[in-house]
Design a protein around this ligand. Sequence first.
Ligand code: IMP
Length: 207
Amino acid sequence: MIKILYITRNMNKIREIEKILRKLFKEEIFSVEAPSSDIEIIEIQSDDLADIALYTLRKALEKINMEKWDIIMREDSGLFIEALNGFPGPYSSYVYKKIGLDGVLKLLERHENRRAFFKAVVAYKIKGIDDTFISSGEVYGVISREARGLEGFGFDPIFIPDGYDKTFAELGEDIKIMLSHRTKAILKAIDHYLKTVSNKLYHISVE
Ligand code: IMP
């Protein structure tokens, strides 16, 4: 079993990642866990998702025993709306809590341009390698005129991915994970991990 520590308190993210990995690799070769409650998750404010994710990862690594895990990941994500110059972006979680879906729809009331994208940045550390790495993924679409659908979390009820006429919350998790920013970012990190591990196996076999 390849053990992933996913640094978050958002269990929606953990559920999505488990689903992504199960769908992709069929067998259960990955286990995904959140850190225990005694590990403090430290976040900074910045305009750059990569800075935010890397800072949180590095702070957590000071407290975590790397030996127990094969990959440690921190993901930061946000919704970037074109007509609002990328707002809320890295401030998405705060904006969601403060003004919610209705607040964002109101900000866009007079705008014809409803283009937006979700972006996820994953900062990660692979056991046995000193460096920390970054991967990212995006999904493009538009903001709906009203909130629709019950699945997912956060801004899912107002985001319609390109190629569809339903929101992520209407499409449901099975379709969302085929398209999402989070899936793309995580798969790049997993691909990197698997290449690293197979390179190591290769080195062992030729020595
Ligand atoms: P954070 O990455 O935990 O800081 O949170 C980012 C915020 O962006 C979340 O609280 C959501 O409001 C929003 N967000 C990020 N990814 C998604 C997604 O897949 N669906 C809906 N909202 C998301």
